[in-house]
Design a protein around this ligand. Structure first.
Ligand SMILES: [Fe+2]
Length: 330
């Protein structure tokens, strides 16, 4: 397995790159905007294909690299479903699997630092975002943070993992880079409490200054999604338009979502399902057939389908369109 930890000095942020091996699919957690070229260089050197980028929550202290990586690599952006609407192209619920080639992460909804905070478990390790830090925990005084929720996320979820589970947080301010559940239970001063009330008392009396970049970072990170206007410019059509076209002409309708998403919200009638990550292979294997057809793509919020249009622009397809705002907008 390839596992890399990057550090952004100005914001003390850790970013993680994961892949099952050279030449395979990769995933990045909590990328920092200023560092995206560094990640892309390593992806190239290791011949990795970035397919998913995840933010554990809306960050307040740095600009996320999510949309920059999406635009540069056409990868899927992903957050928990409590993230503000349309920030990312795919969302997951609590306890849902996130798959890339030979790697699986399981999402844990761990609110408290913010109300959209998720952690992600992968085999022997957990990415805790700002919920659990090394010998600390993330502050709970903005973005709908709540110390009681955080207490539950810590004591009822994260700390119930095996003691030797590695902890990889989104930040560290003291030069540490990894810990374990066992070490944190014993030595994390914030966790030496007897009740949620005691924990809340600590958190409510931290009296911290707001992060320097907060007024810029939060609104920027909340608008990482591709706008409907941009989606429209990429051969986007409305649902009414799609229905009209469908009545009159023959089209292949392609649902680009993953199986887990289709279970939550079924595909439109007469769709075929080609998950976005498999699209390039599908096109290469069916080029002749597709060249004779008209195609309409759709996905959850219209991002993957807009990226699919960009991918298809290098082929000679008759007519390609995609559904603005995706199936969630119908
Ligand atoms: Fe944070």
């Amino acid at each position: 397995m390839i596992f890399r930890q990057f550090f952004d000095f100005p914001s003390s942020t850790y970013t993680y790159l994961i892949s099952s091996g050279k030449g395979r699919e990769a995933l990045i957690i909590d990328p920092v905007f200023e560092k995206t070229d560094q990640y892309i260089q390593l992806l190239k050197q290791l011949e990795l294909k970035l397919v998913k980028v995840i933010d554990t929550h809306i960050h307040a202290d740095h600009i996320s690299g999510l949309s920059d990586l999406r635009d540069k690599t056409k990868c899927i952006t992903l957050m928990g479903e409590h993230a503000p609407a349309d920030v990312v192209s795919m969302t997951v619920k609590d306890n849902e699997a996130i798959n890339i080639e030979n790697i699986q992460l399981i999402s844990l909804y761990t609110p408290g630092h913010t109300d959209d905070s998720y952690s992600f478990v992968m085999e022997d390790r957990i990415f805790t975002g700002d919920t659990l830090l090394i010998k600390g925990t993330g502050r709970t005084d903005f973005q709908n943070g709540n110390p009681y929720d955080q207490y539950n996320s810590l004591f009822e979820r994260i700390l119930k993992l095996p003691e030797d589970t590695f902890i990889y947080p989104a930040h560290d301010y003291k030069g540490e880079n990894v810990s374990t559940i066992g070490e944190e239970k014993k030595y994390n001063p914030r966790l030496q409490v007897a009740s949620s009330q005691e924990y809340a008392n600590i958190m409510n009396n931290l009296n911290l200054d707001d992060p320097k970049l907060m007024d810029i970072a939060v609104p920027t990170n909340k608008s990482m999604g591709m706008t409907l206007d941009t989606q429209k410019k990429l051969n986007g059509i409305s649902y009414d338009n799609l229905i009209n076209i469908f009545k009159k002409e023959e089209f292949i309708l392609i649902d680009l979502r993953e199986e887990s998403e289709i279970l939550k919200k079924p595909s439109l009638n007469n769709s075929i399902n080609i998950p976005y990550s498999n699209l390039q292979d599908y096109i290469n294997n069916n080029k002749k057939f597709l060249e004779s057809k008209k195609i309409i793509f759709y996905c959850a919020v219209g991002e993957r389908s807009a990226l699919a249009i960009q991918i298809c622009q290098s082929y000679k397809f008759k007519q390609i369109n995609h559904l603005i705002g995706g199936i969630n907008n119908i």
